[in-house]
Design a protein around this ligand. Structure first.
Ligand code: PMT
Length: 404
């Protein structure tokens, strides 16, 4: 996958720079040609000698080589590379990237980069949580930079929290996933029909109140965009969310309640090659919906009797034919793997995407998710990633199972 790929590994000045040597080794071992660019502060944490020995190339840090006067062209580097990864990316480097402060070779190269750029931030928990860092991260994401979110754990300060640079093995997985995404041609799913459920359902209590949940629809919408980008015709059955569909090959059907989603899904899924059930469907609804607003002042607080909603994924799973691939999500809080496997079997699905509310940054409403993709014979654990990248991992898995 990485054979012959040109990768710029940027290293900025943080304790996690020691892990960059392991990352570099893994990339070179996987066949990549790696050019290291280190910031002046980075050299305080790891020596260029180690890095050039591992990469087999002189490490670049300054605009000129002091003794020969050789100029390092950031523009040429930007053209040479297939990918740029900055690991660790410190708060200062992130701030400079977000604001175009080109005061070192790494940032000038970033500003000239034509290739995809990824960063693996590393810093203390308070620095990571600081509004200015978060603002800069959002800016970089809007600029198209892929952020490999830091993990939770013990930090250099001995405090425990979010800020540890993701482990080199996981960074390599993200890099491979990027090249995998790019390898799949635009039209690799042309002619395939896909249905996706997304968002929450609202179960009305009266004209102004409902039972709902925190689903934003971001996960389901990202999956819809990924399928459409690969050429599939997508029907997106979505509960109430404030998201817009971007790709013209996505047909959006907006529903409100679980019963409405059920009716659309059981009609659509049997006609599709792939169905993905990413919606957070309310398991129960009020037995009756009051025709008028229940008044606060009238006597006792009301008791609302709930009845079960149909299980949409299970109902579609019963109708599944040979060759169709159906994907469910399992949103868990405990006993995650066992529960997810049980749902895979019970609902007659082919793939289960497990996300746990115990993982920070995973599940409802966030822009990121941390998933394990489960099939009958395999379990693939992925690090915390943007939902866009998680969507690509899911679609890759589906493509691996599609037989025609
Ligand atoms: O929308 P976001 O804010 O981006 O958040 C994404 C998400 C957390 C909603 C998503 O990643 C997710 O986990 N979706 C499934 C949530 C859920 O309802 O999980 P569950 O374990 O209760 O359900 C298992 C599966 O059965 C799911 O595929 C679900 O869509 C489906 N189901 C559940 C109940 C029901 N009545 N009908 C169903 O189809």
């Amino acid at each position: 996958m990485l054979k012959g790929k040109h990768i710029i590994l940027g290293i900025s000045g943080g304790i996690a720079a020691y892990k960059s040597a392991a990352l570099l080794r893994l990339l070179v071992k996987a066949g990549a040609e790696v050019q290291v660019i280190i910031t002046p502060n980075g050299k305080e944490f790891i020596t260029p000698v180690t890095l050039s020995a591992l990469s087999g190339k002189p490490v670049i840090s300054e605009f000129f080589t002091a003794n020969s006067g050789e100029w390092h062209s950031h523009v040429d580097l930007g053209l040479w590379a297939d990918l740029m990864i900055i690991a660790p990316a410190t708060a200062s480097t992130i701030a400079k990237m977000a604001n175009g402060v080109a005061d070192n070779m790494l940032i000038t190269t970033y500003l000239s980069a034509k290739e995809h750029v990824m960063i693996a931030p590393a810093m203390d928990l308070d620095m990571w949580a600081h509004p200015s860092t978060q603002r800069n991260i959002r800016t970089l994401e809007q600029d198209g930079v892929e952020v490999i979110s830091p993990a939770d754990g013990e930090l250099a300060s001995h405090l425990v929290g979010k800020g540890r640079m993701e482990e080199p093995e996981n960074i390599v997985k993200c890099i491979k996933a990027f090249f995998e995404r790019n390898n799949v041609s635009e039209a690799s799913l042309a002619g395939k029909k896909v249905m996706i459920t997304a968002g929450p359902t609202y179960e009305k209590i009266d004209p102004v109140r409902f039972i709902g949940n925190f689903s934003s629809g971001k996960m389901g919408f990202a999956i819809a965009e990924e399928f459409a980008q690969r050429g599939a015709d997508v029907t997106l059955v979505t509960g109430p969310v404030s998201l817009d569909v971007k790709h013209p090959r996505i047909k959006r059907i907006s529903i409100e309640s679980a019963l409405e989603m059920y009716e659309t899904a059981v009609q659509t899924a049997p006609e599709c090659d792939v169905a993905v059930f990413a919606a957070a469907v309310a398991d129960y609804r009020p037995e009756t919906c009051n025709q008028t607003k229940i008044k606060r002042e009238k006597g006792e607080a009301p008791v609302i009797k709930l009845v079960k909603n149909p299980d949409i994924a299970a109902a579609c799973g019963k109708l599944k034919k040979d060759g169709q691939i159906f994907v469910g999500f399992a949103l868990e809080t405990d006993n995650e793997l066992a529960n997810a496997r049980e749902k895979l079997d019970k609902k007659n699905l082919d793939i289960m995407v497990l996300n746990s509310l115990r993982d920070a940054g995973a599940g409802f409403a966030t822009d990121t998710n941390k998933v394990t993709i489960i099939t009958e014979n395999s379990e693939m654990q992925f690090p915390l990633k943007s939902k866009v990248c998680v969507a690509a991992d899911i679609v890759n898995t589906v493509q691996g199972l599609l037989t025609h």
